[in-house]
Design a protein around this ligand. Sequence first.
Ligand code: BES
Ligand code: MN
Ligand code: ZN
Length: 513
Amino acid sequence: MKLEIKKSALENLNVDTLVVFVSKQERGKGKKNGTNAKAARSAFVEGATREISAKLNAAAEQGVLTGSANETVFFRETNLSGARHLLAVGLGETKALDHETLRQASAAAFKELKAQKSRSAAYGMDSLPNNDLSADLTVRAVAEGAVMADYSFSDYKAKKDSAGGVERVFVVSSGKPKAYEHGLETGRIVAESVNFCRWLGDRPGNLMTPTILAGETAKAAKGTKLKVSVWDRSRIKAEKMGAFLSVSLGSVQEPRFIVMEYNGASSSKKPICYVGKGLTFDCGGISIKPSAGMEEMKYDMCGGGAVISAMLAIARLKLKVNAIAFVPSTENMPGPAANKPGDIVTARNGKTIEVNNTDAEGRLILADALVYACERKPSMIVDAATLTGAMVVALGNLHTGVFTRDAKLMGRIQRAADGAGEPVWPMPLTDSHAKDMRGTYADLSNVSAKGRDAGSATAAAFLEQFVDSDIPWAHFDIAGTAWHTGDRLPYSPRKGASGAIVRTFVQLAMDGE
Ligand code: BES
Ligand code: MN
Ligand code: ZN
């Protein structure tokens, strides 16, 4: 799909469909709390021609069009402003207009364009209600919504979803501020990175092995300033990553340790380090999972995918930061050399771990990656992992749980997530959780002495044992948000990987200190 800016009023558009944004708003200023209840509930559009307004008003009076968030009403063969059809998309209450509302509305409109077989469309920016958003952010949100909504995974189907889809989208504005081009480019790059993360996640385990993940990462990084290095099993062993290595032993697929480096600032500036769980298939190992739903464990590399995708965006956006990503990637399988419950393994920092449940493998591979990340003396470390089923139970599929003891970092994360439009929620991480992870025969156990209680927090406390205490660190458990979020977010596929936390990780780098 081609996305471009066009300077024009809502006239002579020459597209299949014109998209206008409609809000739920009181009509008639000064008439506080509107004496007319019907008018108070009606839809409202800015900057539209008389003919367009007349169409919308007629639909509003019939109660078909209300302007509520993500509502779409399609008017066929209206032939107004040079567009064959007219599509109204709702923003909800105008006073609540923020970039996430716009991102969602843009996506809802895009999906309707697709459903109505429009090949070309114009998003009429003049129809947006007055708001406090910058021109840059406004267009960025519209672009992100459209490009993310354009994603689907049909690589292995004879009939591709993209066939007959939307080919050209114009973002049309009579003003066309300079910032529009920048916003469009930023939005496109961020959304394409989210889509890349989804694509990595959606590929099945046999076609997204650690070797393939590393290969696709290197391929995607071509033409950017990213330096990608990939370690094989013998190097991982030589680097004393005994916990990571132990997980890989049950599989015939070789593990890979993927490192991506980007230098956009002076070398004296400490890097942001990203760490992501790249478990390409998790059957649980010897502590095998039940078969129902096991196919979903192809998504267990979505933390790694998010980190890889965020780095691609950072490099393509040429952000003025230094950043390094570390993705330990392996399968978790019950082959003859697999970890056995009770086995003791040694991590890169010398700490010993009893593997009391081979299905708690994510923390084992992340442990070594975190130790290695600390050695780079970063300004901060953020990790993303589909780490615990308990996270899904606690927060569901909208909020990503964030674990950190660093209040300043939590503030930064909250701002970045708000800026990116991704809900995050602070979770507890205390000495008690750390105590639950002590081992009987080794320094640590990979499962909590308290069983499933606070399972996400005890997992986070385990990870904490591998991070230097003077380095600001936060752990993002994306087990609930990494896939099947389309029931809540119009720009996410109904089923499949969501690309969760890519936007927040990019925003963290954009925000700077
Ligand atoms: N990848 C899973 C976590 C997971 C489960 C994510 C369900 C999404 C949905 C992880 O490796 C795992 O198996 N965790 C165990 C830990 C337990 C054995 C302490 C879990 O959550 O059950
Ligand atoms: Mn597991
Ligand atoms: Zn796992």
